[in-house]
Design a binder for this molecule. Structure first.
Ligand SMILES: *[C@@H]1O[C@H](CO)[C@@H](O)[C@H](O)[C@H]1NC(C)=O
Ligand SMILES: *[C@@H]1O[C@H](CO)[C@@H](O)[C@H](O)[C@H]1NC(C)=O
Ligand SMILES: *[C@@H]1O[C@H](CO)[C@@H](O)[C@H](O)[C@H]1NC(C)=O
Ligand SMILES: *[C@@H]1O[C@H](CO)[C@@H](O)[C@H](O)[C@H]1NC(C)=O
Length: 846
């Protein structure tokens, strides 16, 4: 299978383009393995011998020259190019010997077998060559450095790390020579920040599962090395929180250097630099918070690796309870298994065995082209009946079953659009379809019979009636439901488009659901969407609705579809071929005829099998109702369309009016209004941007309320002090050592106390102040007796207060510094109380 075309070009590149001395180049090939009955790859050997002498074409065994991905899977012999960094010697014995002076720089794997579970090798039906060069290794050779890390691919990153952390400079030491591990930490941080930058630029994101979890671990490992070994200085970036946070922030600034170094060759890094930094900074912040929790919580909730927890615990002389961890882990697994097998809707589901059984019976995948023909009954034939565990020849009234037809006009739940409901009708019965799901191309109509005597058998002819109106069961397909769903589905496409327009191309659809009453869209984005951005997004969709754009759809070959520049596909999704293109405002034919045309990108084009409206005007209106984060780096928006959008905007306008009216209200009534409006706005189903605007307005009003209160408080103090001073003046000129008065500041304790204190300080006089709140039916009483001097020594402040409170039906509280205060409720007796207090004071002081 090997041809000259795969080995000679790489050799030519090294010798002719990079001018590597050819006498230092060695090639290796697979020398065969008797145990597995694999012959030597002499084809490769003979090809190398055309270019290199036999002394530099070397056979190796399975360990070095037979590539396997894992215990099972595609594999095959490989051949490699190695380079001797030193030269003028026979380096054959250093090849594949872990010698840093002779390194592998190119590898070609001939993928021709599949390693089966029993260990045997099965030839693959399609064979191919997997090949690649070591970019950093070649760089190190060309720059004459002994290590990848000494090249200009890494040095700028090291410089940046040094600046950011204040660690000692990188010194290129490895292993035992690198006593403080600082050089290793440099390498870890630099390598990992590169990995993260590239992976995030390519659309991935640290997360809790699979490859995303790998990214999360990489980030956290880098962070650990940065904090523990490089000791990024606390407060270095004057951001709050812990040291971890600080370092993490350092990391996201390293992205800039990576982009500087690699951005010219990998433009996607430049394009997504901000996004990469946001994701990393966000992830870092989160990680900072996780460090405080226990091992399992760390792992389960935050994806913090056990080994790192152990490492950290060890450094602090602690031990992680690994057995306990494993028990918790098993329990968590069990929980998530249960969560999975318990189907949310309790519906019958088909697994791979069930669909395989159908194939075996000769049943073909269901033809569902008819789902796009909305208004006609469709005749079909029953091909299979499934109970969830077995296939039946016929089914009668009783438990729920799933029916598979040759063809159907029902829409099975897919692509985020909910299934149709309706019925299957035949002379022998009526079967109510309450759920439709697709499994490996087989469409399962799940439901039950509406009457006792009803019965269906395989081979029966039935009419598919998708329900037209939700309110009238058992008419045709539920077209009205669909009529409700379609505007939302089309709006989902416009929303997806608008999100990318406003937030950037890194937005990837992470999930979407279109129900009759709900439109929800999840997408990747590292930070909350700003209000102004939401406003733009909403208005783009509404503009498109106003522009009355036609909605087109057409099937096309997947490859043709993917060649359309402006087309949006979901990252990582596997699409059928041919695939259906749904395009808004531009004919699919035009897109296909001119796939490179950038102008087309002003509207949405997506791969989608769902049902849509035929013109955007049918959506009538669109309102974004909420925006929130649902997982790290994933945001969720919900929206409504048609009359629901009108309802939302109508309600919003009426609330806006109320808030504007409130702003005209007198200060005294404002507080109550603001509090009640705040609660109403909080609950209201209104567009989220309006909600934000209204909350901002309310908070301005709230500030006014606070200011007004402060003003009143100041006025009260002034008023109280003035009244008390005047009264004290008069008392003094009358030769009295005390004064008693009533002030009208309600229950404003601060003002009353201030008045009392001022009189005590300025006049050295005993003073007692009453202040009523008529509405609250309460009176505040405050007494003050100077502690300095002998003048008032005979008067005990608490006794005096209690004497005054007694007629009012109250009792005094304590006080400090010669002050005592209390409240009472019998406000009609204030005059009497004033007299009592006067007599009491007169008795003691004269
Ligand atoms: C359970 O049913 C729902 C809808 O009824 C479907 O989306 C889901 O795939 C099913 N789950 C399993 C495990 O088959
Ligand atoms: C499905 O039925 C339509 C209409 O009869 C037909 O044109 C189409 O070829 C069928 N598709 C498949 C896959 O059999
Ligand atoms: C979908 O549209 C229908 C009207 O066509 C509306 O009743 C429903 O609320 C919409 N759903 C959302 C989420 O807007
Ligand atoms: C409105 O209510 C929220 C809580 O529901 C509260 O946090 C906010 O401070 C309130 N704003 C005003 C202006 O009262």
């Amino acid at each position: 299978m090997l041809t000259c075309s795969s080995v000679s070009p790489c050799l030519m590149v090294f010798v002719q383009v990079y001018k590597l001395p050819s006498e230092r180049i060695y090639a290796t090939y697979f020398g065969g393995d008797e145990k597995s009955g694999l012959p030597a790859d002499n084809e490769a050997r003979d090809l190398w011998l055309k270019f290199l002498p036999p002394s530099r074409v070397l056979p190796f065994d399975c360990k070095d020259n037979f590539w396997e991905m894992g215990d099972t899977g595609p594999c095959g012999p490989c051949t490699e190019i190695h380079f001797d960094r030193i030269g003028n010697r026979d380096a054959a014995s250093f090849v594949n010997n872990d010698d840093p002076t002779v390194i592998e720089i190119w590898n070609l794997v001939f993928i021709q077998f599949n390693r089966e579970a029993d260990g045997s090798l099965k030839p693959l039906p399609a064979k191919h060559v997997d090949t690649g060069m070591g970019f950093e290794r070649l760089t190190s050779i060309l720059q004459n450095k002994m290590s990848n890390y000494d090249t200009d691919v890494f040095l700028p990153i090291f410089d940046a790390i040094q600046k950011a952390t204040g660690a000692r400079p990188y010194s290129g030491k490895v292993g035992a020579d690198d006593v403080d591990n600082v050089d290793m930490a440099y390498r870890v941080v630099a390598d990992h920040i590169r990995t993260l930058s590239f992976a995030i630029a390519d659309g991935s994101c640290p997360g809790n599962e699979g490859r995303e979890y790998v990214l999360r671990r990489i980030l956290r490992r880098a962070v650990r090395y940065g904090t523990e070994v490089l000791k990024a200085q606390q407060g270095f970036f004057s951001r709050d929180q812990c040291i971890i946070y600080t370092l993490l922030y350092v990391e996201s600034s390293l992205v800039k250097v990576v982009v500087e170094v690699m951005g010219d060759v990998f433009p996607e890094l430049k394009l997504r630099e901000t996004h990469i930094r946001d994701i990393i900074a966000d992830e870092e912040t989160c990680f900072g918070r996780t460090l405080l929790h226990e091992a399992f919580v760390l792992w389960d909730t935050y994806g913090f690796p056990l080994d790192l927890t152990q490492l950290m615990a060890e450094e602090r002389g602690l031990v992680v309870d690994v057995d306990g961890f494993n028990v918790a882990m098993d329990a968590a697994r069990e929980r998530s298994r249960n969560a999975q097998s318990k189907n949310a809707s309790g519906a019958i589901a088909m697994d791979a065995d069930a669909t395989a059984a159908l194939h075996k019976k000769g049943v073909a995948a269901t033809n569902d082209t008819f789902k796009f023909t909305w208004s006609q009954d469709h005749e079909s034939e029953i091909k299979a009946i499934y109970t969830g565990t077995e296939f039946l020849e016929s089914a009668a009234a009783g438990n729920e079953v799933g029916i598979i037809l040759e063809s159907t006009s029902f829409y099975a739940e897919q692509g985020g659009q909910i299934y149709d409901t309706g019925s299957l009708e035949s002379p022998s019965g009526s079967f109510q379809v309450c759920n439709v799901q697709i499994y490996g191309g087989f469409i399962l109509h799940i439901g039950s019979f509406s009457g006792q005597a009803h019965k269906f058998s395989v081979g029966d002819k039935v009419i598919c009636k998708v329900r037209l109106f939700s309110a009238w069961p058992s008419t045709t397909v539920d077209y009205n439901r669909r009529t409700l769903i379609a505007p939302n589905h089309t709006c989902t496409h416009m929303l997806n488009f608008a999100l990318k327009e406003v937030l950037g191309d890194h937005i990837d659809q992470k999930g979407s659901i279109v129900l009759p009453e709900k439109l929800r869209f999840d997408f990747s984005h590292g930070k909350p969407v700003k209000t102004e951005e939401l406003r733009k997004i909403e208005s783009i969709v509404n503009e498109q609705i106003k522009s009355e754009l036609d909605v087109f759809s057409k099937e096309a070959k997947l490859s043709d579809a993917k060649s359309i520049k402006s087309l949006r596909a979901v990252f990582g999704e596997v699409y059928p071929d041919p695939v259906r293109i749904v395009s808004i405002g531009q004919k699919v034919e035009d897109l296909l005829a001119n796939p490179e045309n950038e102008e087309w990108s002003s509207y949405s084009a997506e791969l989608c099998g769902g049902t849509h409206i035929s013109n955007t005007r049918e959506a009538k209106a669109f309102a974004l109702m909420s925006e929130e984060g649902i997982a790290k780096g994933i945001r969720r928006v919900t929206a409504v369309t048609t009359y629901r959008a009108f309802e939302a905007t109508d309600l919003a306008s009426s609330l806006e009016q109320k808030v504007n009216e409130a702003s005209q209200t007198d200060e005294s009534l404002l507080e109550e209004k603001v509090t009640s409006l705040n609660a109403t706005v909080e609950r209201a189903q209104i567009p989220t941007v309006v909600k934000t605007d209204l909350k901002a307005k309310l908070s301005v009003l709230q500030d006014r309320v606070i200011k007004a209160k402060k003003k009143i408080a100041a006025e009260n103090i002034q008023k109280a002090v003035k009244a008390a001073s005047e009264m004290a003046e008069a008392a003094a000129s009358g030769g009295k050592a005390y004064c008693i008065l009533q002030i009208g500041v309600g229950l404003d304790t601060a003002a009353v106390r201030e008045a009392v204190v001022k009189v005590m300080e300025q006049k050295g006089m005993a003073v007692l102040v009453f202040s009523k709140d008529e509405a609250a039916k309460k009176v505040l009483v405050c007494a003050g007796v100077p502690e300095k001097g002998d003048k008032c020594k005979q008067l005990n402040v608490k006794d005096w207060l209690n004497a005054a409170l007694k007629p009012l039906g109250g009792k005094g509280g304590g006080g400090k510094g010669g002050l005592a205060q209390g409240q009472a409720t019998d406000i009609s007796k204030v005059d009497e109380a004033m007299d009592v207090a006067a007599s009491f004071a007169a008795l003691k002081l004269n």
